[in-house]
Design a binder for this molecule. Sequence first.
Ligand code: UD1
Ligand code: MG
Length: 473
Amino acid sequence: MPIADNRRDENPHKRAASVPVSAIILAAGQGVRMRSALPKVLHPLGGCTLLEHVHRAATAVDDARVVIVYGHGGGIVPATLAHLDAIWVEQAEQLGTGHAVAQALPAIGEADVALILYGDVPLIGAATLRNLVAAARTTGFGLLSVVLDEPFGYGRVLRDPDGRIRRIVEHKDASPAELAVREVNTGIMAVDAARLRRWIAGLDRNNAQGEYYLTDVVAMAVAEGVEVRALLAAQVAEVMGVNDRVQLADLERRYQLDQAEHLMRAGVTLRDPARLDVRGDLKAGRDVVIDVNVVVEGTVSIGEGTSIGPNVYLRDVEIGPGVVVLANCVLEGAVIGANSRIGPFARVRPDSVLGADVHIGNFVEIKKSIVAERSKINHLAYVGDTDVGTDTNIGAGTITCNYDGAHKHRTVIGNDVFIGSDAQLVAPVTVGDGATIGAGTTLVSDAPAGKLTVGRARQVTVEGWQRPSKQRK
Ligand code: UD1
Ligand code: MG
């Protein structure tokens, strides 16, 4: 089947400045098959909503302006995604894709190229869209098609014997011969806006579904001698839509494998590329090693040579080079200094900054604290709202009592401090440089620098004491 080769197009950037792009994202459909209280386009994929993925791809095309068509009662969509740079247009009644586009046209410029996208086709790539826009700048009409082994349900792209596109016929309107065509309409197209406006105004509902079909504009273009140039999607996943949760999960996997491949090509070892989930942005240096079942959310960076153990959750964390994160750690909103060693089973909570060569061991929780270079908190401790100096050792079972039931207070621990096991530091309290705190101490006032402070009942041994024994009857 002859399909125009998109590499034949002129340089897509050449006339970019003269013909602006307006993207129209169709997102008014009900999404019934999701069986969800949430509108379909708000379901997440890779940590952001389907609609945000499409918006990102659109804005990457010559800085396109974006118009989003949302559905009746779908006010939750613009409310949830109010941060997006977009014009929101409501389509109160879903009368078809042509009708949806008609709602958006008043918001776009006469001389623009209109780039039409679907809010539920999330993996569309900016490179493909640039080629499509270039086709529209050349002929007036670029159409993204794909050849499917199972074209059931899609609109078929019909061509004349010379291979030129004539029209699109919807599945429900197609003859048996037309149903045999495997080249289908993805729905994504770029069209000269002035002509699109005219064609859309001429649509009718005389078809099997009683809808205004956007696809009918293809035949109108051909009738005016406009060449409809079809481009093939680089990857099938780019044009796959989400109709139900099975398809959503399928696209999530494809997206994750794609991210995993990028990481591996950039020099990251993944013990199993199928068992990493990146739901945000991950930047990883060379020779980072990531074990299985790691979940990354938000913005995460991992320095060169760092290794991340199995079952680790990372959210908005900056991890330096040469760090070892052992199994089952949760690190959120924190900075981890170079060559530190974390875990296993450690939790570092937001607003924590760990310096270089810090050790945080098993069952240790750090919250809103600074731990300076070479300090160690190796076992079973809670350190919250605390500043820890350099070369300090905090013993097993130590707890900073930072909360009095109403307010949080800070604990300040100096450099080269030794805190014995099972100490409680009742904040606000300060431990001076070089101080030693005896095991079991409940510290309620400041401990001076360079001295041993102990606060516990003196041990006694009771002479002559006898353990009670049971009397035989
Ligand atoms: C449409 C195309 C078909 C193509 C298929 C690809 C038409 C007439 N048909 O069919 O050629 O093969 O997509 O998936 O265009 N939408 C609105 N408002 C409406 C109707 C739809 O915003 O009134 C949105 C939907 O939310 C969806 C997109 O437009 O994102 C496509 O709608 P859908 O009903 O899935 O179209 P299909 O019948 O699948
Ligand atoms: Mg559809």
